[in-house]
Write a protein that binds this ligand. Structure first.
Ligand code: HEC
Ligand code: HEC
Length: 200
């Protein structure tokens, strides 16, 4: 029992250290003061159009902030917010949000969305989302594949539409544009609701 407790707390400490690698959580919290109005003080988004940042992989958050700063990802508000940030600021802010607890969403974990997520749509040539984003939608920090679980479905839907219309084009090798181009409208709303209901 004792050794189990020890290994669990050691593992948790390991996670905290990993989340902080490259960034300072305390400084990140201060630097994120201007972000809370939209993304929530704890990074859980003050409305469904503002993506949750809580618990997200720092590698993905830093990439997005860099992409907003260099206008590779276009959103006038976020382009302006990222403009003054240095890479150190981005690392600190990302470390802060990564340590925040992601809230859960209620919704319908529908089978259309679940099947698409886990098996893709072979007829339309859609690969399984889980192949990159993992079966639990917890992403892959090394490959910079974002977590999707618990995200607001309204935001997931919007961003899938943006990829489909190539209005968001900051995905390496057009990975998401290629996938989203093959998705139907019903599939987009179904899979968006499915991932938002996944627990983490
Ligand atoms: C006025 C509202 C507002 C403020 C303030 C704001 N954001 Fe955002 N942010 C947004 C919106 C809206 C989006 C989604 C843009 C889109 O649809 O592509 C976004 C997207 C993001 C994303 C991408 C999330 C993802 O899942 O891809 C990151 C990271 C981010 N913001 C970080 C920040 C940081 C850091 C700050 C403070 C320095 C900040 N934001 C301030 C509105 C805001
Ligand atoms: C080949 C790998 C791959 C597959 C398959 C894939 N994705 Fe992605 N996805 C990515 C990458 C890479 C990004 C991050 C792009 C970037 O850097 O901005 C991403 C980003 C996203 C985002 C944006 C997250 C955010 O916070 O803004 C959503 C939503 C998403 N994917 C949903 C899906 C869904 C739904 C499927 C299945 C229909 C899917 N993805 C299949 C690689 C993949």
């Amino acid at each position: 029992m004792r050794s189990l407790k020890f290994s669990v707390s050691a593992a948790l400490m390991g996670c905290a250290l990993l989340a902080q690698a490259g960034g300072n959580v305390t400084e990140g919290q201060e630097k994120a003061a201007a972000c809370g109005g939209c993304h929530g003080e704890d990074g859980n988004g003050s409305a469904p159009i503002f993506p949750k940042l809580a618990g997200q992989h720092p590698s993905y958050l830093v990439k997005q902030l860099m992409d907003f700063k260099t206008q590779k990802r276009v959103d006038p508000t976020m382009n302006a917010m990222a403009e003054p940030l240095s890479e150190d600021d981005m690392q600190d802010i990302a470390a802060f949000y990564a340590t925040q607890k992601l809230t859960t969403e209620s919704g319908n974990p529908n089978t259309t969305g679940k099947n698409l997520y886990l098996a893709g749509n072979p007829t339309a040539g859609v690969p399984a989302c889980s192949g990159c984003h993992s079966p639990a939608a917890s992403g892959n920090p090394q490959a910079v594949f974002p977590k999707l679980h618990g995200q607001y479905s309204a935001y997931v839907e919007k961003t899938l539409h943006d990829f489909k219309a190539a209005e968001r084009g900051n995905d390496m090798n057009a990975m998401m544009r290629t996938v989203a181009a093959k998705l139907g409208e019903a599939e987009i709303s179904a899979v968006a609701e499915y991932v938002s209901t996944l627990n983490h």
